[in-house]
Write a new protein. Structure first.
Length: 413
């Protein structure tokens, strides 16, 4: 495979600003997602996928036909990546730094000397000496989450179309919008996709097959006070800001992302906005055990009661909405999805690990809706951050895994 072709493809994609926007009044939430989707349709048609299309919601779907060597009864499988990038760090004016033949050691980011990708924090770098590393310049995220996935899937599609005899059944490509804000599969027509299994290409490093994700809810905490000029505020001003401080103080610090790992869940207040009259706090609720989500939400309700008691006249409202659920139960109903991914790695001589991911993907929702969808490694590191980076060779390995998964499905059916 040409690493350069894959790299060039990836660099084209990250040049498009597809930052998702929370609370936007449109879908997709940002125009760049439509722009990138159109670019992908043009590329897919250019390599011979004549049915490639972008629907009115920005979703891109295309079909790679079965090989000449495949039986007629091979199930349809799908591969998915998302067009948007996280709203937590801007994806505008991404200026990648490409480091060929990485010599090892810490990596300075050229536009911000205070930001350094340190080997101490990224020990996997020690295994990638001599490889091609792509970083940000330190002022934006890179967008490997999930433009690495897009590049891997389109590269695999081109490889299939260049070799009509490479064993595979029908393969659907699915590129979704607004995954980062929980709306990735809102407008996916699963009946039309008609796939038996799907794989998201939205994972870290190499060799991981994610078979469990968090179950997730989001809480919106609305704190309403009474704003009045401070000169006449005595007994009349009711500060939503002070009540917000009390609310946050009462959240347990041992149930936060900073203090948990492995299978532990957390509560994560991640945005706060407003002023004296009104404050809105958004809190992520995460746990591998879905039943624990309600227990974590109860902690928020107790903190809200504490804030109301400490600040008479201030109203604190907690609204919880479901986001996605742990994919483990759904994958158990179609064990071939993970098993065939493992077999593909075995055929390549790559050690694969069945892993859990402390997050979620479109695969979480797709599995919940009835389409079993494990998540695969794509070379993503430090997502959502100006310290984000990727490795081209890890992306190349992901291409080989995708090709081999289709082969295994065609062989074993």
């Amino acid at each position: 495979m040409s690493h350069e072709r894959l790299l060039e493809r990836f660099l084209r994609y990250v040049a498009v600003d597809t930052t998702a926007r929370e609370n936007a009044d449109c879908y997709p939430s940002s125009p760049g997602q439509l722009e990138l989707g159109r670019m992908l349709v043009d590329e897919l048609r250019a390599i011979g996928l004549s049915d490639a299309a972008q629907n009115e919601h920005g979703i891109v779907v295309a079909t790679v036909p079965a090989s000449n060597t495949a039986s007629a009864d091979v199930p349809v499988i799908a591969f998915n990546a998302h067009l948007d990038t996280s709203p937590e760090t801007t994806g505008k004016n991404v200026r990648p730094q490409v480091i060929r033949n990485y010599a090892g050691g810490d990596i300075a980011l050229p536009a911000n000397p205070d930001r350094v990708i340190r080997v101490a924090d990224n020990p996997e770098l020690a295994t990638l000496v001599g490889k091609t590393i792509v970083t940000t310049d330190g002022t934006t995220l890179l967008g490997a989450d999930d433009k690495s996935g897009l590049a891997v899937i389109v590269e695999a599609a081109q490889r299939w179309m260049e070799d009509a005899d490479r064993l595979r059944g029908p393969v659907k490509l699915l590129f979704t919008c607004d995954e980062e804000i929980g709306h990735g599969v809102d407008h996916v027509d699963l009946a039309k996709l008609a796939a038996t299994a799907c794989y998201t290409l939205d994972g870290s490093g190499a060799g991981d097959i994610d078979v469990e994700t968090f179950s997730a809810d989001m809480a919106t905490v609305i704190i309403r006070g009474v704003n009045i000029h401070p000169s006449i505020g005595k007994g009349r001003l009711k500060s939503a800001l002070r009540a917000a401080g009390t609310f946050l103080f009462h959240l347990p610090t041992d149930l936060s992302p900073e203090t948990t790992d492995g299978r532990q869940g957390f509560l994560h207040p991640y945005t706060i906005e407003g002023g004296v009259g009104e404050v809105i706090i958004r809190v992520l609720i995460r746990d591998f055990d879905t039943a624990n989500l309600a227990k974590h939400a109860e902690i928020l309700h107790r903190a809200a009661a504490d804030a109301r008691e400490a600040h008479p006249g201030v109203n604190v409202e907690v609204n919880v909405t479901p986001q996605y659920r742990n994919m483990a139960d759904g994958l158990a109903k179609e064990p071939r999805a993970a098993a065939y991914a493992q077999a593909a790695h075995d055929k390549l001589g790559v050690a694969a690990k069945l892993t859990i991911v402390r997050g979620g993907t479109d695969g979480s929702r797709l599995t919940e809706l009835g389409l079993p969808t494990p998540n695969l490694s794509t070379g993503e590191h430090n997502p959502h951050s100006p310290l984000e980076w990727t490795c081209v060779e890890e992306m190349s390995q992901a291409v080989e895994v995708v090709l081999k998964i289709a082969e295994v499905w065609a062989e074993r059916r």
